[in-house]
Ligand binder design. Structure first.
Ligand SMILES: *Cc1c(COP(=O)(O)O)cnc(C)c1O
Length: 391
């Protein structure tokens, strides 16, 4: 991550300038004259007017993520869900159809199943690892396809090449939620995506202290429609949150390098422990999408590892009780390792049969691996899994 220094206007009477981006909390911006304001509104000069419509901290953060994604004109939103909302509100009309992956993030699934249909937008879900299943769900009204590259929590890898071709044939916008993969492992715009979104909350900001999103579109007209929706529906972020996320983002490369290596090592370690019935990591040879993961992720992995304890719920309770050094909390992408139990959190709304169909049992855990020393992590997992085995 290149740390460009933003030179503020020389208001302070200082010949030198700060090396950290200043926070600009101003909601409104003053102009010289009505003519100057005209020039600004007509786009002849650049200038901020009102913070909901844009402010320096959002622009600095967006420019940094743009550079990582190979995007232009990206927009920061108040959350990852706000980014998705801006896309849906900005681009869809009643009567349109959206096709989504069947293992999307929980709230995205809810938007697909409940909220969009209520607004007259039809939706369907299909398995993104099976392009023929996706093709079968395409309709003449399909305007958009929404997929995540690596699914939560079973870490299945979507057939991105097949889906990009399908979107092109159908004339549908391909929207890729790149939160899990990050531009370090996959850059969707280089593979046919029209729109990329992120929950900046997760790996990009990296410290579980800020909720933000990002959205970028290839086509300037699409970009503009998303921007107008975000500003009109109030989906834009606060300056302080953007400042905090920028601070986190500066260490993203280092964190990604370390956490994906930790995850890889930890997956192999867990696989050797008694009481574990299954380990899922995309680039492990025993993963169902191993070949695709290796090809797609350009030699990188991800920081997520899932595993199943043979002993069901009793083993699961014993595990979180014993592995006290790991936060049992349903988030991901933090600098520290967090453990989630999908059956009691992200996937609790599904029936046990629905969860079983996805491969999620009562003994199933997902780790978001952090940057701790690997030996400490191995020790923690060994202790937790041993306690689970005895339960
Ligand atoms: C967390 C998450 C979101 C939602 O982001 P928020 O910042 O929590 O609104 C969307 N997609 C994925 C894959 C996520 O993990």
């Amino acid at each position: 991550m290149k740390k460009t220094i933003m030179r503020p206007a020389p208001l302070t009477g200082s010949a030198s300038w700060p090396v950290v981006t200043p926070i600009s909390p101003s909601v409104v911006y003053a102009s010289e004259t009505p003519d100057a304001l005209d020039a600004q509104y007509e786009g002849r000069v650049n200038g901020y007017t009102y913070a909901r419509e844009g402010h320096p901290n959002a622009d600095v953060l967006a420019a940094r993520i743009d550079a990582m994604e190979g995007a232009e004109g990206g927009l920061i939103t108040g959350s990852g869900m706000a980014a998705l909302s801006a896309v849906m509100i900005g681009k869809l009309c009643a009567g349109d159809h959206v096709l989504g992956g069947n293992q999307l993030y929980g709230r995205s699934l809810r938007m697909m199943k409940d909220d969009l249909p209520r607004m007259g937008i039809e939706t369907s879900l299909a398995d993104p690892t099976d392009v023929e299943a996706m093709r079968a769900a395409i309709r003449p009204e399909t305007k958009m396809i929404l997929v995540e590259v690596v699914s939560n929590p079973t870490l299945r890898v979507a057939d991105m090449a097949g889906i990009a071709a399908l979107a092109r044939d159908a004339g549908a916008l391909l929207v890729v939620d790149n939160t899990f993969t990050t531009p370090r492992a996959y850059r969707p715009f280089e593979h046919g995506a029209d729109i990329v979104i992120h929950s900046v909350t997760k790996l990009l900001a990296g410290h579980s202290d800020v909720t933000l999103g990002y959205v970028a579109a290839k086509d300037p007209a699409v970009r503009s429609a998303i921007y107008v929706a975000a500003v009109t529906w109030g989906l834009t972020p606060s300056p302080f949150d953007c400042w905090l996320a920028e601070r986190g983002l500066l260490s993203f490369d280092m964190r990604f390098e370390r956490t994906q290596q930790n995850a890889r090592d930890l997956a192999d370690h867990i696989a050797g422990l008694e009481g574990v019935s299954r380990v899922l990591y995309p680039t492990r040879p025993d993963h169902p999408d191993h070949n695709r993961a290796v090809a797609l992720l350009g030699g990188q992995g991800c920081n997520m590892v899932s595993f199943e304890l043979a002993g069901g719920r009793a083993a699961a309770n014993a595990f979180t009780q014993a592995a006290t050094g790991l936060a049992f909390a349903p988030t991901l992408g933090d600098i520290g390792t967090t453990v989630s139990h999908p059956a009691s959190s992200s996937h609790r709304a599904l029936t046990p049969e629905g969860r079983a169909a996805l491969g999620i049992s009562e003994g199933f855990f997902r780790l978001s691996v952090g940057a701790e020393p690997i030996d400490a992590l191995k020790e923690e997992l060994s202790r937790g899994i041993e306690a689970a085995r005895r339960a």
